[in-house]
Design a binder for this molecule. Structure first.
Ligand SMILES: [Fe+2]
Length: 254
């Protein structure tokens, strides 16, 4: 079986009041500028702030119909790159919506320049949430070396918004070699796990990891959205406990 998208794509799927996701088209792994025939699915998370500004987390490929639909939801305002790997379409959205603020993650400017991706970042994400969304969304920088990323928490819906920190691929939706890789690393539903590339760096950043996990715990999320695979619509506390505290991570991070 080949890879499957999370149909329908390019439509807003509400998960709770003021938060939803949009599943996008396939992206392809590129190595050294060469696009490999290795598709993976993409997902954008959308939060509507109380002033109707929209927070677009990890924007998917720009689509005219989707842009029109989102304008009915709120005002496209914040384009957020949570890590240096999720930024490629921010420029497209910023050109369509010139009033937006584009938010950079660590190293993302350098990566965009190296790959000749046309995007200007106007602000930098920080350990402290900016005034623009601080009262409604909290955030922290989750360690993971090269793969570190900002994670967010939408307070009123108790939604934890992740990118790659947890990957939960559905085996019947992916093809080889992802299927074997997902099985070997246990990054598949329902066992979704910390992204493989973060695990070794986390061993060397135990204090930072512990502090980040404690803060996530203090948020008491009910739901976890993520960029790759199936999101967790309930029992987020069990998922967090299993992923961040179960062996071997309990030994590694406590
Ligand atoms: Fe990713």
């Amino acid at each position: 079986m080949g890879a499957c998208l999370y149909e329908p794509t390019n439509v807003y799927k509400p998960l709770a009041p003021d938060v939803g996701v949009v599943d996008g088209p396939f992206e392809y792994l590129t190595v050294g500028g060469i696009r490999l025939p290795l598709p993976f699915t993409t997902r954008m998370t959308v939060v509507r702030l109380s002033n109707r500004d929209l927070f677009l987390h990890s924007p998917i490929k720009f689509d005219e119909g989707l842009a029109m639909e989102l304008q009915g939801v709120g005002r496209v305002r914040h384009l957020v790159s949570p890590n240096q790997f999720h930024y490629a379409h921010i420029g497209e959205w910023a050109r369509a919506f010139p009033e937006t603020i584009t938010w950079a993650s660590p190293r993302v400017r350098r990566r965009a320049r190296a790959r000749h991706v046309d995007v200007d970042f106007t602000r930098d994400l920080n350990a402290i949430a900016p005034e623009e969304w601080r009262s409604e969304i909290d955030q922290l920088l989750f360690p993971g070396g090269y793969f570190k990323e900002f994670v967010f928490f939408h307070k009123t819906s108790s939604t934890l918004i992740l990118t790659d920190t947890i990957i939960n691929l559905e085996l019947d939706k992916i093809s080889e070699p992802w299927r074997t890789a997902a099985k070997l690393t246990r990054m598949y539903h329902p066992y979704g796990q910390i992204f493989f590339g973060m695990r070794l760096p986390l061993l060397f950043q135990r204090r930072k990891a512990k502090a980040a996990i404690e803060k996530i715990d203090s948020w008491q999320p009910q739901r976890i959205v993520l960029s790759h695979g199936r999101w967790f619509d309930a029992d987020a506390d069990e998922v967090i406990s299993r992923v961040f505290r179960a062996p071997p991570h309990r030994r590694q991070l406590s």
